[in-house]
Each structure stands twice: as C-alpha cells, then as structure tokens.
Write a protein that binds this ligand. Sequence first.
Ligand SMILES: [Zn+2]
Length: 345
Amino acid sequence: MRATIMFGAGDVRIENIPDPHIIEPTDAVVVVSRACICGSDLWPYKGQEEFPETGRRMGHEAIGIVEAVGSEVRTMKAGDLVVMPFAFSDGSCIFCKQGQHTSCIHGGFFGIYGNDGAQAEALRVPQADGTLFVLPIGKDDRLMPSLLTLSDVMGTGHHAAVTAKVRPGTKVAVVGDGAVGLCGVIAAKRLGAEQIIILGRHADRIALAKEFGATNVVSERGDEAIERVRQLTGGYGVHSVLECVGLEQSMLTAISIARPGGAVGRVGVPQNEMMPGSLPAFYNNISVSGGPAPVRAYIDELLPDILEGRIEPGKVFDRTVDLDGVPDGYRAMDQRQSIKVMVEP
Ligand SMILES: [Zn+2]
C-alpha cells in the first residue's frame, strides 16, 4: 500500500510499504476514507527535529472503515465507519477513566515513535476498543469533513475552551487563526461566550472566524494587540483565552490579555522549554491550563452538534488532495496558501 513518509525538513514522499496487519489482539486495521494535514505536522516539516533514517510515517487524523479486528476487540467489526483520535488509548486505565486519554498508561500517538500514520491507504490502530469511535451513520460525503475534525482540531479547540473555563456570558479571546483557533471560536460560542475576539491577520481565516461566531477581530501584534483587547473589554481583558499557537510571543499575549482571575487554555504545542508571562500570570491570579486534548473524551458531546448541523467545523478544510497531492498540501499549508488540507487516499 502507499503511505506518506517524511525523510527530513521539507522532504515528504509517497512510498510503497507493506500492508498493515493485526499484531496485538487489541488491534484493528482501518482503511482510511479521509485524513488530513495538521498544523503540528509543519513543525517537523520546518526542520525542528531529528528523523530516523527510514523516515517517519505521517498523519494522525482519520475517518475510515474497519477492515479487520484482533481477537480481543469487542466494540466494532469489519465494515464499521470510525473516527480515529490522534492518540490511542485503552479507555480503561485510571487516566482514561478521568477523561485524560492522552495520558493513557497504554497509550501513544499516531505518526511518531514508529506508530503508523494516517496519511496513507490504511493503518494499524492499537487499543482499538478504547481508541476508535464507531459512528452511528453510514458514509455521508456531506458530513465527512466535519466528522474528521473530531479526530483532532474540533476536539482540540473545545479542549482549549474547556480549560480556559469558557462559560455562558463570558468574554473570550482566541489567539491564533489556524484550524484549531477557528474551531476554538466554534467551541467558545457553543459554550455560551458573549464576546469572542479572534487575534489573527489572514483575511480568509478572519472571514471564517466571523462566520463561526467571532464578534471582534484584532490584527495587531504584541503590546498593540494587548491594548486593543483591553479597549474592547472595558479596560480589563477577557475571562478566558484560548492559546492556539504555542510560540513565546503568543503565550505572552495570551497571559497579558486575561483579566485578573481569568484563565488561559493552551493547546498550541509549546516551542519553548520556559513558559513566558510568569510575572503577569502570578500578579493577576491567572490559571494556565491545557495540553494535548483528550479528543476521545469529547466525541460523545460534540458529535450530535455535527450530525444535527448546529456546528460545521469541516469548513476549515479549504483544499482536498489525493495521496500524490500530499507533498504539495504540506507546501501549501506551510506557505499559508491553505488553512487545512484534507486527504482522500
Ligand atoms: Zn488508558
């Protein structure tokens, strides 16, 4: 079968590799219907990490059809349509039981450390019962893009909103206008935010943020952005900040625009060891929370809103490619010509 392999910075290739098969009795093999390229795939693409000599399988978001299951898999069968969260988890350990699936003691992440990737025709999914979510519908082309976001970006935007303590009537800011930030806008609105300020500067992304429920746009950066948000919030800043970038500057801005007693929910993978903004966070009693989103825990809650058309996060996909188009999809996202690329293998 064919799969996406990254061999080094900017070097993405489609290669022929052996078909996946069941290794552990808890495995499933899934044939990928839709996958996508993630903003986090761009960090290795930009050359900020070491690669194994044989390259790295890429992709951690997918919807697909179960092709085979191991002897201990109970909750699905061949032919089922499933969503695959970006992390695998057993669904039964102490951390899964508290909804912290990305900390599963038998868990791991797709597309890294030798685990299969989803930008491929098929892949092996460990801990199938705890990981895969069987969808209660057949393949529906209209809904597929939005259902695919349950594997990462919609669940991650929701996690940012939950950890930033968004509640009905609150003022919210979203730092970052990538696919996760845009889904964060959907999540904040869904949880009842009264005001949603998006910090971003790309016209197409801003337009989508407004469609999703953003009430204000701040395109300035640094101190000017902080000043603008204060002006928009009666001088005090917002109750909740969704930090969806992960850079030093974005985190400092996030902490600086939270009002005293407010909260920052961060889901952008930090690119620095040290957390900026320690002093303003301390003096303003700001809670800083967040991390890798346990998206598996959120599917139950978010799925009905997608099936019944109340939210349409699939609109973040503005380009679709086949496997041969994946290398160009990386280039387009890296050059910000595309918000998020969907892959139809
Ligand atoms: Zn677990």
